[in-house]
Write a protein that binds this ligand. Sequence first.
Ligand code: HEM
Ligand SMILES: *[C@@H]1O[C@H](CO)[C@@H](O)[C@H](O)[C@H]1NC(C)=O
Ligand SMILES: *[C@@H]1O[C@H](CO)[C@@H](O)[C@H](O)[C@H]1NC(C)=O
Length: 361
Amino acid sequence: MSFKALFALATLAISVTAAPQPRAVCSQGRIASNAACCKWFDVLDDIQTNLFDGSECGEEAHESLRLTFHDAIGFSKSMTEQGKFGGGGADGSIMAFSEIETNFHANIGVDEIVEEQRPFAIKHEVSFGDFIQFAGAVGVSNCAGGPRLQFLTGRSNVSQASPDLLVPEPSDATDKIFSRMADAGFSITDTVNLLISHTVAAQDHVDPTIPGTPFDSTPSQFDAQFLVETLLTGTLFPGNGSNVGEELSAQHGTFRLQSDFEISRDARSACDWQSLIVNHNTMVQKFESVMTRLATVGHNPFTLVDCSEVIPVPKKANFGAPTLPAGTTLKDIDASCRASPFPTLKADPGPATSVAAVPPS
Ligand code: HEM
Ligand SMILES: *[C@@H]1O[C@H](CO)[C@@H](O)[C@H](O)[C@H]1NC(C)=O
Ligand SMILES: *[C@@H]1O[C@H](CO)[C@@H](O)[C@H](O)[C@H]1NC(C)=O
C-alpha cells in the first residue's frame, strides 16, 4: 500500500472515531441519539399505558396504523401541477382539521382515533403530524412479529385541510386506486407492500352491523395470514349480506374488502402479493421500507430528526409458514400470479371454525 493510501486510511479512521456522537440521556436513563428525541420516550410511556391499554395490538393500535395512511395520503402531485392546493401529506391536517377531513366519506370511523389521540399530542406539545406517525409506529410494534418502523420528528404543526377524494375507497376500481396512489408517489408494488397493514386490521363501518370483524384470522399478529386468506375463493358474507366495498370472504367471522380482493388478483399486482407470503422477514422489511416513505409524504426527510430508537422492538414471533384455514385446501386458493406457482401451504387440522371479532376497548 502506498504512503498516500495509508495516510488516507489513517485520516479516515481518525475522522470516524472523532466524529462527535450527539447523545442525550433521557428519563429513566434511556439514551437518545438527539436531545429532541427525549420527549418521545415520555410520549411512549403515556400512550402504551393509556392509549394502547398496556402495549396491546388491539383496536387502538389498528386504528392508529390506519390513521398514518389517512393523514399521509392527502397529497396530490397532479392537483399541485394544476395550481391547486393538493394537501400537505403526513402533516397532521386530519387532526387539526378533523371537523372537515373526518367527514370525507373515505375517512369514515377515523374520527374516533383522532379524538382519542389529540389530547396526548396537546399534553406533550408535539405536532399533530409527528404524533400520528409516532402512534402508528408504536401501535404496530405491539403486534407480534411486527415491524419496527422508522420514526422521524420535526414535522410542522401548521397545516391546511386536505382536499376531499384523495383517500382510496374499498369500492374503488383497481385502476383508480393505482392511479391515486401513483399521484401520491406510490407504485403498484408499493401499494401492495402498504396493504400488508391489513394483516392487523378489522372493519367497523363497511358492514356496521358487525363491528370488529377482522380481515384475517390473526388480527393481532403481523403475519402473512391476511395475504393467504384473501386469496381463498369467497363463499360467504360474515354479516347481513353484501355491502358497498365488500366481497365474499372464505371464513365465518372474517371480512374481505373489495379492494383487497381485486388487488390480490389483478395481473399487475398478484405476483407482488403472492411473493410476500413465503418469507416473514422479507414481508416485514418491505413494509418497513415503504412506511418510511408514507410517513414523510410532503416532507424532506433530511430536515427531520431520526428518533427511531424510541420505537419499541416488537416481540419476535416464529409463526412458521402461514397456513390455510381448517376446512380449506390449496384448491380453494385463487392463484393469480401467472409467473410463479402458489406456494405449498398446509391446512390447519379439523373442521372449519369461526374467527372472533376484535373486542372494542
Ligand atoms: C388501497 C387502499 C386502501 C383501502 C381502500 C383501505 C380500506 C380500508 C377500509 C375500508 C377499512 C375498514 C375501516 C372500517 O370499516 O372501520 C380499513 C381498515 C384498515 N386499514 Fe386500510 N385501506 C387501504 C390502505 C391502507 C394502508 C396503506 C394502510 C396502512 C399503512 C391501511 C391500514 C388499515 C388498518 C390498520 C385498518 C384497520 C383499522 C381497524 O382495525 O380499526 N390501509 N382499510
Ligand atoms: C398544534 O396545533 C393545534 C391546533 O391545530 C394546537 O391545538 C396545538 O396546541 C398545537 N401544538 C403545538 C405543539 O404547537
Ligand atoms: C339483517 O337484515 C334483516 C333484513 O334486512 C333485518 O331484519 C335484520 O335486522 C338485520 N340484522 C342486523 C344485525 O342488522
